[in-house]
Design a binder for this molecule. Structure first.
Ligand SMILES: Cc1cc2nc3c(=O)[nH]c(=O)nc-3n(C[C@H](O)[C@H](O)[C@H](O)COP(=O)(O)OP(=O)(O)OC[C@H]3O[C@@H](n4cnc5c(N)ncnc54)[C@H](O)[C@@H]3O)c2cc1C
Length: 302
């Protein structure tokens, strides 16, 4: 089914970044369609932190309030669906959903987020967002002083270890193999009494996501209360790349300071195009993208 309406903007992704963009556009009387499949990356975490006015709230509750506020603007519509593909058309872009609905707009904003790629360690997925966490700013305070593991190696591990040690001095880095640190870094880690365990984790023993112990490759085990992990990711939606948007060397959608991708008329905000992974940053970049797209519509540019 093909909709006759030509929207000003279609926003693919209706979580924090997408809804924030929609609010800026709705307040500028823009006709906006948000297409969202309702699978934000933080769905499994019980409480979200470090976002003003909503510290400790359930992630879904933040989304519910945001959606209610955004849909109060009558020119903004929300459509729950998975967008499968999109193409360039004369007026702008056409987006299709899995139900083969087609929607057209002059501009596109991708607020599609990223998907984490979990290691194949039993217990990892269940514990993700609960006691296996990605970010000291989001969850570190709640685990302050607890017995902590960091599952990482090399520069990333060294960077995170400094931040985490500030919150818990009982810290061990589990490198998953030979430790990859310079002599200077090893010296700093040793001065801070950060232990190195040069083994990989074979199982995460947990009860409903509450970490009990880490079982190592040699079947020895150690109790921990929390583990930090840096996991690889991929783009949640393949549509930006299929339209020609370039990714950077880390896998994020390339944008300039104005949130413009490498394809005219297409913008990106939130996790899909930023190393800073937080609700606050998603809301900020979304709000900014909304304002920039409104300006482009006013000027008839990009
Ligand atoms: C486990 C975990 C815990 C976290 N805890 C915190 C915290 O405590 N505090 C904090 O500030 N940050 C936290 N974060 C980070 C924060 O959740 C993200 O930075 C934020 O969700 C990014 O928002 P976003 O809108 O860019 O993407 P997301 O929230 O991931 O939303 C992307 C949306 O796009 C939709 N989508 C994608 N592709 C399509 C498509 N093709 N068609 C339709 N819809 C599509 C998805 O369904 C989803 O609704 C956490 C992250 C994780 C993984």
């Amino acid at each position: 089914m093909q909709s006759d309406q030509l929207y000003d903007v279609i926003i693919i992704g209706g979580s924090y970044a997408g809804l924030s963009a929609a609010m800026a556009l709705g307040r500028s009387l823009r006709d906006v369609l948000i297409i969202d499949s309702g699978q934000p990356c933080n769905a499994q975490t019980p409480h979200s932190h470090n976002f003003l006015t909503q510290d400790g709230a359930r992630p879904a509750d933040i989304n519910t309030i945001a959606l209610d506020q955004v849909l109060a603007y009558s020119t903004v519509k929300y459509h729950q669906a998975w967008a499968t593909h999109a193409e360039k058309v004369e007026e702008g872009f056409q987006v299709f959903t899995e139900a083969e609905e087609g929607f057209r707009a002059r501009k596109l904003i991708f607020a599609t987020g990223i998907r984490d790629q979990f290691p194949e360690i039993p217990g990892f997925k269940e514990s993700w967002g609960k006691t296996i966490v990605h970010c000291p700013y989001c969850h570190g305070y709640e685990f302050r002083g607890k017995k902590t593991a960091l599952l990482a190696n090399g520069p990333k591990a060294f960077h995170l270890a400094g931040l985490i040690h500030n919150l818990s001095q009982d810290l061990a880095i589990i490198t998953g193999g030979k430790a990859d640190f310079s002599p200077e870094q090893l010296n700093i880690l040793s001065k801070k009494n950060i232990r190195l365990i040069e083994k990989s984790v074979s199982c995460i023993s947990n009860e409903k996501g509450i970490l009990k112990k880490l079982v190592l490759e040699d079947q020895t085990s150690e109790e921990f209360e929390v583990a930090y992990a840096a996991v690889p990711f991929y783009q949640h939606s393949a549509i930006p790349e299929s339209l020609g948007c370039l990714l950077d060397e880390h896998g994020y959608i390339q944008t300039n300071q104005m949130r413009e991708t490498t394809v005219p008329g297409i913008y990106a905000c939130g996790d899909n195009s930023s190393m800073i992974r937080s609700v606050a940053n998603a809301v900020y970049t979304g709000n900014f993208a909304g304002a920039i797209v409104n300006m482009a519509l006013v000027e008839g540019s990009r």
